[in-house]
Ligand binder design. Structure first.
Ligand code: 13P
Ligand code: SF4
Length: 352
């Protein structure tokens, strides 16, 4: 996105968002967004925007938008000097792992993730001692030192393909217990959580070893939410991210990565949709589908993704902040796990 004129930006944002964002806000945001695009040119920078960015940001400054997997691929292939990551820290770290010679900027200092906080590199080392020779698959929602202890990474867009790529009976899958349970169901695996089993039963058919991390957003959605929505909005089509509990994904009509949800929402014949993920993505889907009624639950938000604003993105480029670095020994080991994942390719979604 390269519009640098405020009036042109305002017209652009209006064409996308006039049904979703009040006009006075669009005027305000258009000025900042145009300034950001000018700064991008001056700094030879690219902006990557996750699907959870708020609508005015999402539709104005990113050169690419997408889910974690798509943005990792873009981070690996850009020739720009600077990557501003409008997402959370683990995503910016993944960009640094893939592009060590580039400056990676995260507009907000915090922008963490409850999943990334749920496990340490030491936790993974202990699991490897306890389950030697079992491949370790780590969700990208982890920090670089955890990736460095892993054989391969995965995202919600390719988790099933990554598990199946090993062709082994047993895998360790970290750290999201719900994504693990959803993938176990998809791949027909039996799952255990070592914290609940002080000693392994040798007769137990252990095919997936999980960890009890959870996304603080998706763990809050319930089957009741779906049932209530179905009662209130006849014919509603329900989409849930696979970080939701398995019973929620099973009660939904579709479950997949954020980009798979965007596509499914667009392609679904239904005119009423319930979007069970970070609420801003519901706004972005509403903007793209003015003919559809988009029901979202905005009392459940990701505080980390919401740290990223247009104002902070402008300051990020002006002040070259906050620079993301990964120690080289950790980076090279984490790179092997991320590159193995990228070699597998996108595998689509978990359909019921
Ligand atoms: P996606 O990889 O599906 O974009 O998910 C990232 C994330 O953090 C979801 O909460
Ligand atoms: Fe992490 Fe959940 Fe926020 Fe995604 S929505 S960044 S998994 S806390």
């Amino acid at each position: 996105m390269n519009i640098v004129d405020t009036q042109e930006m305002y017209q652009h944002l209006r064409s996308k968002l006039e049904h979703v964002v009040p006009d006075f806000e669009l005027k305000l945001k258009a000025e900042i967004a145009a300034e950001i695009n000018q700064l991008k040119l001056e700094h030879n920078a690219i902006i990557l925007g996750h699907n959870y960015m708020e609508p005015a940001l999402f539709y104005s400054v990113p050169d690419f938008t997408g889910d974690s997997l798509e943005l990792s691929r873009k981070a690996a292939s850009t020739d720009k000097d600077v990557i501003v990551f409008c997402g959370v820290r683990f995503m910016a770290e993944t960009a640094k792992i893939l592009s060590p010679d580039k400056t990676i900027l995260l507009p907000a200092k915090k922008a963490g993730c409850s999943l990334a906080e749920s496990i340490t590199a030491e936790d993974v080392r202990k699991l490897k001692v306890r389950f030697p020779d079992v491949p370790v698959i780590t969700y990208v929602n982890t920090y670089a030192d955890v990736k460095a202890e892993s054989d391969i990474c995965c995202t919600s867009g390719n988790a099933k393909a990554v598990v199946e790529s090993f062709g082994t009976d047993t895998v360790i899958f970290l750290p999201d217990q719900y994504l693990a349970r959803n993938v176990a169901r998809e791949t027909g695996k039996h799952i255990i959580f070592p914290s609940k089993l002080p000693k392994l039963d040798p007769d137990l058919d252990v095919q997936m070893i999980g960890w009890e991390g959870a996304c603080e957003v998706h763990e809050q959605f319930t089957v009741d939410d779906i049932e209530n929505a179905r009662k209130q909005f006849a014919g509603i089509f329900v989409l849930a991210h696979p970080e939701c509990p398995p019973e929620v994904c099973e009660a939904a009509d579709f479950s997949g990565s954020t980009s798979a949800m965007v596509t499914a929402a667009h392609e679904s014949g239904a005119t009423r949709l319930l979007i069970l993920t970070e609420c801003a993505m519901g706004d972005n889907i509403a903007a793209q589908n003015p003919d559809k009624e988009i029901v979202r639950m905005c009392s459940i938000r990701c505080p980390h993704m919401n740290e990223i604003t247009l104002e902070d993105t402008r300051e990020s480029l002006k002040q070259a902040r906050y620079v993301i670095d990964v120690p080289e020994d950790i980076r090279t080991r984490a790179l092997a796990a991320v590159e193995r994942m990228l070699a597998i390719g996108p595998s689509g979604e978990f359909k019921r």
